[in-house]
Design a protein around this ligand. Structure first.
Ligand SMILES: Nc1ncnc2c1ncn2[C@@H]1O[C@H](COP(=O)(O)OP(=O)(O)OP(=O)(O)O)[C@@H](O)[C@H]1O
Ligand SMILES: CC(C)(CO)[C@@H](O)C(=O)NCCC(=O)O
Ligand SMILES: [K+]
Length: 260
C-alpha cells in the first residue's frame, strides 16, 4: 500500500492508497518538532482504529509546504517501514507536467501536485482554487504545465487576522451568512469574509481567463470549497482530495520512469 502525505502549513494529512482507492485519511496539525516516534504512536493507534493492524506500506510520497517537517517524516518512514520517501520538489522526483515560471522560483509543492491532479482529471487550461492556509490559484496551461497563479490569504487566516488586530472583534468561524448586511458584529465579519471571498474568486478567475485567452475550467478544492460552492457557485467543478489524487499520480509516474 502507498502512504501519501500532504503537509500544509496548518494540517498534515496521511492517506492510504490500496492501488485502487483511498482507504482512509488521518489528519494532524503540522508541527516540525513532532518526532518519528510520535508519528508512529499516532499512526499505529489510528490505523488499528480503522481496522488495519500494521499495514504493509510499500511506498511513501510526500508533498510538504513546510520544509522542516520533512526530516522527521523521513526518519519515520525509514525507521518503521524501511522506506525512502519520494518527496515532491526534490530533483529525483519527476513530474508528468512542465513548470514554466521565473528562473529560481520555488513553487509550493502542493501547487504542483494540484496541477498534476487537475490535468490528469480534467485536461489542460485549468484554474485550480485551493482553500488551505492560503487561498491559491494554480494555472495549468493547455499541455498541463504549471504556469503560475495567485496567492491570497486563507479564509481562516483572514478571520484570525481581524480578531488579532482589532480589540473589539471576536474570533468567529466562517459560515454562509443569510444576509449581506450584518446586524451584529459576528454577522458583519462573516459577511465580509464570505462575500469578500466570493468576489475574490470570481474576479481573479475572470482576469486569469482574460489574460490566458483560452476557455478555462475552474476547479475548487480544499476544506472550505464546498461551503462556497453550495451557496454561491464559483467553480465549474468541486474536486474532493485533489492533492491526494496528485500524489498518487506522481507516484505512478515515477514508478513508470523507474525513479522509485
Ligand atoms: N465550515 C467550516 N468552518 C471552519 N473551518 C472549516 C470548515 N470546513 C472545513 N474547515 C477547515 O478546513 C480544514 C481542511 O482544509 P484543508 O485541508 O484544505 O486546508 P488546511 O488544513 O486548513 O490548510 P493547509 O493544507 O494549508 O494546512 C479543516 O481542518 C477545517 O479546519
Ligand atoms: C502558497 C502556499 C503556502 C500554499 O500552501 C504554498 O504553496 C507555498 O508555500 N508556496 C511557495 C511559493 C509559491 O508557490 O510560489
Ligand atoms: K491543503
Amino acid at each position: 500500500m502507498l502512504l501519501a502525505i500532504d503537509c500544509g502549513n496548518t494540517n498534515t494529512v496521511f492517506s492510504i492508497w490500496d492501488g485502487e482507492k483511498f482507504l482512509f485519511s488521518l489528519r494532524t496539525s503540522t508541527e516540525y518538532q513532532r518526532t518519528a516516534d510520535q508519528y508512529f504512536v499516532w499512526w499505529d493507534t489510528l490505523t488499528r482504529h480503522h481496522g488495519l493492524v500494521r499495514p504493509e506500506i510499500t511506498g511513501v510520497v510526500i508533498s510538504s509546504t513546510v520544509p522542516r517537517v520533512v526530516f522527521n517524516l523521513r526518519v519515520f518512514t525509514d525507521r518503521y517501514f524501511g522506506i525512502r520517501p519520494l518527496v515532491v520538489g526534490k530533483p529525483e522526483c519527476l513530474l508528468p507536467v512542465g513548470v514554466r515560471v521565473d528562473a529560481g522560483t520555488q513553487v509550493g509543492p502542493d501547487r504542483l501536485v494540484n496541477t498534476v491532479a487537475g490535468y490528469d482529471k480534467y485536461g489542460g487550461d485549468l484554474i485550480i482554487v485551493d482553500f488551505g492556509t492560503a487561498t491559491t490559484f494554480d494555472v495549468a496551461d493547455k499541455d498541463g504545465a504549471y504556469i503560475g497563479g495567485v496567492i491570497a490569504p486563507g479564509v481562516n487566516l483572514s478571520l484570525e487576522a481581524l480578531h488579532m488586530a482589532a480589540a473589539a472583534l471576536p474570533h468567529v468561524d466562517i459560515t454562509h451568512p443569510d444576509h449581506v448586511i450584518g446586524t451584529n458584529t459576528v454577522a458583519c465579519m462573516q459577511s465580509g469574509i464570505f462575500w469578500g471571498y466570493v468576489g475574490l474568486i470570481k474576479e481573479i478567475s475572470a482576469r486569469i481567463k482574460q489574460e490566458h485567452g483560452r476557455p478555462m475550467k475552474v476547479i475548487g478544492t480544499g476544506g472550505l470549497a464546498p461551503l462556497f460552492q453550495s451557496h454561491a457557485p464559483v467553480f465549474d467543478e468541486f474536486a474532493d482530495e485533489l492533492t491526494m489524487h496528485g500524489l498518487v499520480t506522481i507516484w505512478a509516474y515515477n514508478k513508470e520512469q523507474g525513479t522509485v
